[in-house]
Write a protein that binds this ligand. Sequence first.
Ligand SMILES: *Cc1c(COP(=O)(O)O)cnc(C)c1O
Length: 374
Amino acid sequence: MSISSSWQWQIKNALKTEKDFKKIFSLSREEENGFRLGKDIFNIQATPYYVSLADPHNVNDPIRRMIMPLEAETKDLLETQEDPLGENKNRPVKRIIHRYKDRVLFLATDFCGIYCRYCTRKHFTGGGEVFPKKSEYQEAIDYIKEHKEIKEVILSGGDPLTLSDLKLDKILSDLDEIKHIDLIRIGSRLLAACPMRITKDLIKVLKRSKPVVMMVHFNHPNEISDLTREAFSLLVDSGFQVLNQMVLLNGVNNHPAIIYRLSRELLKSRVFPYYMFQCDPSPGTSHLRTSIEESLKIQEELWGRSSGLALPTLSVDIPSGGGKSYLSPNHIVLKNDKGYGFKGFDGVSAFYENPPKSMRLEPFLSGEDIKIWE
Ligand SMILES: *Cc1c(COP(=O)(O)O)cnc(C)c1O
């Protein structure tokens, strides 16, 4: 195995400065200014592997746009965007975000392999700790233990796969011991930034008594290489479910053909599209965001053309902690007391008539149903 194929090497040798990037790319004025004006505001970092996926001669390259700072990023720095999802309101302890009753985010690290220019958590990723302080860690575990309504823990951050196997093993075995947890998700961009992170040793760490689901993050088919396919195979052959969460990005993937191609590529590797997110309005992201209208139009075109398995769900995080809202193309054209009128994607119209209200029955609820739904 050559040295550059180890994930630790990739992270250690990541490009960070204008000088590093100039070795590969000839920088535009906008990009140079992005480095000079932005270097003290937001982290800049990309692994040599990820950079190798970009065309160094094309300023419009999608990979380049996701990692290269631009002057525009230093312009719209509104205070209100610091915490675009209002996550701090749903943060009972420092490392936990608890917005939905049955699942929490566990911010297991502040560190990432690459710093995406559109990051939702720009206000803290990269700035702080590689691993939580002992007290913060224990506080998070205790919170999960005390809240029996929590069924799923989503490891997030930062990128939890930047933690060593040893640290991950510690977190997963602590969670494994909490009886009311059914499932653990790991949200990671590292499969795109550094697929060599998926090693046989990591697989051993991930194999626990409780199911671990891998939530990956790919936005463009150019992010998928032979190494990515190997990593997907290793995960899926070992029995892990892999789901993709993507972000719609202006000038990167804002066309249904790109999303379609990405989804088909993922399906070939047995990875299923899950969410397609509206980009969050974190500071300095206006040039990377699509409008809601454009996102809906992309979703509508995909609905008509794409296999359901290849179709991610478009969703926007309501700013200020409102949670997710699905964005669905509206096919309802009529509503009356008998039912609903629809017009399908290719123009076919029809009416769905409700059954008579008097026919409705209450189902039999078991004691467990009643308890769980209180
Ligand atoms: C998105 C999100 C989740 C997970 O939601 P799912 O719809 O189950 O994928 C959990 N907690 C927070 C705070 C989230 O933003």
